[in-house]
Design a protein around this ligand. Structure first.
Ligand SMILES: NC(=O)c1ccc[n+]([C@@H]2O[C@H](COP(=O)([O-])OP(=O)(O)OC[C@H]3O[C@@H](n4cnc5c(N)ncnc54)[C@H](OP(=O)(O)O)[C@@H]3O)[C@@H](O)[C@H]2O)c1
Length: 241
């Protein structure tokens, strides 16, 4: 469990994996602050609205949140993928994928770091993907997610003596809005993905959230720089999708 005075900040908080993390933390009695673009009346934490693709808006909202709350738990959950083969990668998509997966993670972590350093404790969890091991038509996404592992390991070393842990959760295919958009129900890609997962099914957002809340917990204090795959065994299977 996290301690009762924990303030957790989660990006991409209203849907999919981010929403499951927020709901689980709220069930456990923690204060949750989320960021998304659209209002959501069913969200039980405090929701800030901003388009994280907009560099000016995101800087403003990060500053506002860091000023308002002593954030000591951060989940860099937001990410984006657009399936494109190598010859078709456009600079527009490249920039969007790098921005939402890597740049936002860097800027938000920098924004809340002073609060964690002042408190002398903190937990940071980055959400990568099994795709970082290699995935057809997803090379920019794979590179960005592998980059998050680089951030995780490097920041873990830099922040270890400050009492701040940095870990990473790498989900396999999880049924969310983003997943369904990229892999429509009935599409051959979706089926071949499920065939390549040893558990022969998609994961649920809650199954990812439980790994995240472990890393966020007070008791996970001697674990840093690690990546855990929540992927039904896909990361250790021979087949690739
Ligand atoms: N689903 C999978 O199979 C899977 C697998 C591996 C890794 N992941 C990773 O897991 C993370 C979450 O993915 P997900 O599938 O749960 O996503 P999702 O279901 O599409 O949810 C996205 C969340 O982010 C918000 N959002 C989207 N664009 C935004 C923007 N520009 N600015 C601010 N907020 C924005 C959305 O709310 P609004 O629309 O209101 O903004 C929503 O709350 C990502 O990093 C993804 O790469 C997912």
């Amino acid at each position: 469990m996290m301690e009762k005075n924990a303030f957790a900040l989660i990006t991409g908080a209203t849907k999919g994996i981010g929403r499951a993390i927020c709901d689980l933390l709220i069930e456990q009695g923690h204060s949750v602050i989320g960021i998304a673009r659209n209002p959501d009346a069913s969200f039980k934490g405090q929701l800030y609205l901003a388009d994280l693709l907009d560099a000016v808006s995101r800087k403003e909202v990060f500053k506002e949140i860091a000023h308002a709350f002593p954030i000591n738990r951060l989940v860099n959950n937001i990410g984006f993928n657009h399936l494109q083969g190598l010859p078709d990668i456009t600079s527009q998509n490249y920039e969007k994928i790098i921005d939402l997966n890597l740049t936002v993670t860097l800027e938000l972590t920098q924004a809340v770091l002073p609060s964690m350093l002042a408190l002398g404790q903190g937990r940071i969890v980055n959400i990568a993907s099994r795709s970082m091991l290699g995935r057809k038509n997803s090379s920019v996404y794979a590179a960005a997610k592998a980059g998050l592992v680089g951030f995780t390991k490097s920041w873990a070393i830099e922040l270890a003596s400050a009492g701040i842990t940095v870990n990473c959760v790498a989900p396999g295919p999880i049924e969310t809005e983003m997943f369904n958009r990229n892999n429509p129900i009935g599409s051959p890609g979706r089926q071949s993905m499920m065939d390549a997962i040893p558990m022969n099914r998609l994961g649920g957002p809650r199954e990812v959230a439980s790994a995240v809340t472990y890393f966020l917990s007070k008791d996970a204090s001697f674990t840093t720089g690690q990546t855990i795959f929540v992927c039904g065994g896909a990361s250790i299977a021979q087949q690739h999708f």
